[in-house]
Unconditional design. Structure first.
Ligand code: NAP
Length: 202
C-alpha cells in the first residue's frame, strides 16, 4: 500500500497507555492518515534516565499495545540509537525513507509549545506538519494563541486536535504499580502482563 500521509507518534512510552493510543487513532481519522508509526524514544534529551524502563522494554510494550491495529506500525529507529535521540534526526531519516509521503508529527500541546527548545525548530517545522493534541482541561485559548505565534514566526501551519478526555499518564501508571494498585484498563492487557513478568516500575 502506498502511504500518502504518514502520522508519526513519538513518545517516551514509559509505559505506553490508552491515552497515547487514542491520540494516534483520533489523529489518523481526523487527518486521513494512511498509517501511524509509533517511535519510542531511545535516550531522550528531556527525561531523567533513572526513571526510564530500558529502550528495548519500551519498544516491546509499544509493539504489544499496537499489534491489534493494522494502521499502526512501530519503529526502532530511536531505541536502536545509542546516543541522545533528537526528533529532528529521526524526522530527517523518515523523510528520506518515506520520500513520497506527507509527514505529520503527533504530539501533546505542551510539547508543541516547548518546540523552540528542541533541536533545530525551523527544520522540524519544515519537514512535517505538527498536530498538537489538547485534552479538556487545557486553557485552549492560551494554547491557540501560542500556536498562532509559532505559526507566524516560522510561517508554518500547525494543526490542532482536541481529544476525548483520558486522565491517564505514564507517571500515574508507574506510581500505581509501585504502590501495588491495579492498572487494568489503563493500558492493554499484553502490556500489563509484560510489565508484571519483567517486574518493571517496582
Ligand atoms: P510521552 O510522555 O510518552 O507522551 C507522548 C505524547 O502523548 C505526549 O505528547 C503527551 O502529551 C501525550 N499524552 C500522554 N498521555 C496523554 C493523555 N492521557 N491524553 C492525551 N495525550 C496524552 O512522550 P514525551 O516524553 O512527551 O515525548 C514526545 C515526543 O517529543 C518524543 O518523540 C520526544 O522525542 C519528542 N521530544 C523531542 C525533543 C528534542 O528533539 N529535543 C525534546 C522533547 C521531546 P503531553 O505532553 O500533553 O502529556
Amino acid at each position: 500500500m502506498k502511504i500518502k500521509k504518514l502520522g508519526i507518534m513519538g513518545g517516551t512510552f514509559n509505559p505506553i497507555h490508552i491515552g497515547h493510543l487514542m491520540i494516534a487513532e483520533q489523529s489518523r481519522k481526523k487527518f486521513n492518515l494512511d498509517k501511524v508509526i509509533f517511535i519510542p524514544t531511545g535516550s531522550p534529551p528531556h527525561k531523567d534516565e533513572k526513571q526510564l524502563a530500558n529502550a528495548l522494554d519500551r519498544y516491546i510494550m509499544t509493539i504489544l499495545a499496537t499489534s491489534d491495529n493494522n494502521n499502526f506500525m512501530v519503529s526502532d529507529i530511536e531505541t536502536n540509537r545509542y546516543k541522545t535521540s533528537y526528533t529532528v534526526d529521526t524526522l530527517e531519516l523518515l523523510s528520506q525513507k518515506y520520500k513520497d509521503s506527507e509527514l505529520f508529527f503527533i504530539t501533546g500541546a505542551d510539547s508543541i509549545l516547548d518546540i523552540e527548545n528542541w533541536k533545530n525548530t525551523n527544520k522540524l517545522l519544515n519537514i512535517c506538519t505538527f498536530i498538537a493534541a489538547t485534552r479538556p482541561g487545557y486553557n485552549v485559548e492560551n494554547v491557540m494563541a501560542q500556536i498562532r505565534k509559532l505559526e507566524e514566526k516560522y510561517n508554518k501551519k500547525i494543526s490542532y486536535l482536541t481529544i476525548a478526555p483520558v486522565d491517564i499518564s505514564s507517571t500515574q501508571i508507574r506510581k500505581r504499580i509501585f504502590e501495588g494498585e491495579t492498572i487494568k484498563y489503563m493500558t492493554p492487557d499484553p502490556v500489563i502482563n509484560y510489565i508484571y513478568n519483567k517486574n518493571l516500575y517496582k
